[in-house]
Design a protein around this ligand. Structure first.
Ligand code: PBG
Length: 324
């Protein structure tokens, strides 16, 4: 490698660095996760996620207007309610805040906004698990799939562009695809949370959606063990055969190896979710003066895209878009 021993003659000006940079962020690759809550007349702050709020339908519409002005065109919606029951049935009502917000957004902005809805039950169940429970208190995979199918049809009816099943039940993508096709919602896509790890980084999110898992429980029975990488590739493969239009790796920053591996085997678009804990760590450290907020956000998002993500779900979407 004779070449590398010669003295360097190029000066690394910003122009040269920009000329050869391998990774570029753009606004359209961000998806903003948003929380919509029943019964609010103004946005409610989320203490564990400074700067993020629970929206009413009206304030969500205004936020999306501002988001579109910033050049960000996609959102992921979560519903929040006090009406919880054993099987999360309240969330399937046509007049639930999630469905009403989807409808308002599509009526107001049409296809200028791409609306994805999270599809899970933990936000709506009394026990806080992502599915319905059997007599022994364990998540019942197959009965849960039926609830997911009903919810998917209800969200599609409201006009959602894509649903994102995040509960990690076996065969959830196939079950939802079948239900959507049966109800003529053939143009509603599926973003599969394929590689979703059981992570401490979801901590702040629990407050955002008012979820507490009963009896100090956790999701290790259905989320992935963070000691493992190969399982992620298998989950992606399964979701693809079941009809996923896009797949996701979640969380993002601690799982860049998984992202990179998935990228190399996955023919469909790949999303990464920079989750609540990743958000709050950066916000808190920047507020304490330990790190620079803007530079850290930019570096984190760039790393996620460099590792292979085509798009990034991030609570920083609007802030980051403003600098690009
Ligand atoms: C499950 C769900 C979770 C998140 C998105 N969907 C929480 C969990 O699985 O425990 C976390 C998102 C975040 O932390 O930002 N419905």
């Amino acid at each position: 490698m004779e070449h590398f021993r010669r003295p360097r003659r190029l000066r690394a000006t910003p122009q040269i660095r920009n000329l050869v940079a391998e990774t570029h962020l753009h606004r359209e690759q961000f998806i903003l996760p948003m929380f919509v809550r029943e019964g609010l007349d103004r946005p409610a702050p989320i203490a564990a996620m400074p700067g993020v709020v629970q929206h009413s339908t009206a304030s969500a519409v205004e936020e999306v207007r501002s988001l579109l002005d910033h050049g960000v065109t996609s959102v992921l919606l979560f519903g929040v309610t006090d009406h919880k029951d054993e099987d999360g049935s309240y969330a399937c009502r046509a007049d639930f805040v999630l469905q009403r917000t989807i409808q308002e957004l599509k009526e107001t902005f049409g296809d200028t906004v791409f609306v994805i809805s999270d599809l899970c039950l933990d936000e709506y169940t009394t026990h806080g698990h992502c599915g319905v429970l059997d007599e022994r208190g364990r998540v019942d995979n197959d009965r849960t799939l039926i609830r997911y199918q009903v919810l998917a049809q209800s969200l599609a009816q409201a006009g959602v562009d894509m649903v994102a099943p995040s509960g990690m039940m076996d065969h959830q993508v196939a079950a939802i695809r079948e239900a959507l096709d049966d109800s003529d919602a053939i143009d509603c896509g599926i973003l599969a949370y394929s590689a979703k790890y059981g992570s401490a980084l979801y901590g702040p999110f629990r407050e955002a959606v008012d979820v507490e898992i009963a009896n100090g429980g956790d999701r290790r029975a259905y989320q992935q063990d963070y000691r493992n990488q190969r399982e992620a590739l298998l989950e992606v493969e399964l979701d693809l055969t079941e009809g996923a239009d896009m797949v996701m790796v979640k969380p993002a920053s601690f799982y860049l190896d998984v992202l990179s591996k998935v990228r190399s085997v996955c023919p469909v678009p790949l999303a990464a979710y920079q989750v609540s804990g990743e958000y709050s760590m950066i916000v808190a450290a920047a507020a304490a003066g330990y790190i620079d907020r803007q530079q850290t956000i930019q570096e984190s998002l760039t790393a996620i895209v460099r590792a292979g993500a085509d798009c990034v779900l991030t609570y920083f979407a609007k802030e980051a878009a403003a600098w690009l």
